[in-house]
Design a binder for this molecule. Structure first.
Ligand SMILES: Cc1cc2nc3c(=O)[nH]c(=O)nc-3n(C[C@H](O)[C@H](O)[C@H](O)COP(=O)(O)O)c2cc1C
Length: 213
């Protein structure tokens, strides 16, 4: 095939195509890198001891599922104490009307509560201000009893605690399961020195009874 002189128009066409294909390849890689394995976001309803039982909402945000499992355990332990409990992911935007208290929990990613959990508290701030509220935070770093650890883990709540200053707070150690992470999150976790482990203390979780419920 005789070689064609590259006209300005042809040059721009080739350049345009190669930019477009690079962008598409980049976008494709981004999709693969951030694709997360399917994680359960259970919704649970547990009846109270009597029809007059106090009704508590446990709303949670998770990426890899361990916070959802903690939310379910908290609900079961409240139900055995006679409360009526609903567990819902914050993404379902549960409606707070009719609840006598709210328990809201989030996993920590890169030093913060998950954005959808912060948004849930922001959206419902006025209603929450009139309810007993407890916040649980699930994480793996800064779990020690020393001052530096306590300060660092308290900072995970910086975006959310000022919105509900009356809330009781608790921290629970979480779980690292690489099979439940996207490629990108696995890379971030490994680069931060994470190893797979399940640090959840089920006695602490089931024994937690927030004051003022
Ligand atoms: C990408 C990534 C970032 C994380 N960042 C933090 C962090 O900044 N501080 C911390 O204590 N734990 C951090 N963790 C640990 C998680 O909080 C812990 O694995 C938690 O159990 C995850 O909850 P989930 O399974 O509900 O998503 C991180 C985990 C991952 C995968």
């Amino acid at each position: 095939m005789p070689s064609q002189p590259i006209t300005r128009r042809r040059f721009l066409k080739i350049a345009g195509l190669s930019v477009a294909s690079t962008t598409l390849a980049g976008a494709g890689l981004t999709v693969v890198a951030t694709q997360t394995p399917t994680i359960d976001h259970p919704t649970i309803t547990l009846a109270g001891a009597t029809p007059m039982s106090k009704r508590i909402l446990v709303a949670y945000a998770t990426r890899a599922g361990s916070t959802a499992e903690i939310a379910a355990a908290i609900a079961e332990s409240l139900a055995t104490r006679g409360y009526a409990v609903d567990v819902q992911p914050v993404n379902a935007q549960p409606y707070l009307a009719g609840y006598t208290a709210a328990i809201i929990g989030s996993a920590v990613r890169i030093g913060n509560w998950l954005p959808e959990a912060i948004d849930f508290v922001k959206t419902n701030q006025v209603t929450l201000s009139g309810l007993p509220v407890a916040l649980f935070t699930v994480h793996l770093r800064n779990t020690g009893d020393d001052e530096a650890s306590r300060t660092a883990r308290a900072a995970y709540l910086n975006a959310v605690q000022p919105l509900v200053p009356h809330a009781e707070t608790v921290h629970f150690s979480g779980k690292m399961d690489f099979s439940r992470l996207s490629w990108l999150d696995r890379m971030i976790a490994k680069m931060a020195g994470a190893v797979e482990s399940d640090e959840r203390d089920w006695n602490k979780i089931r024994g937690w009874l927030p004051a003022g419920l």
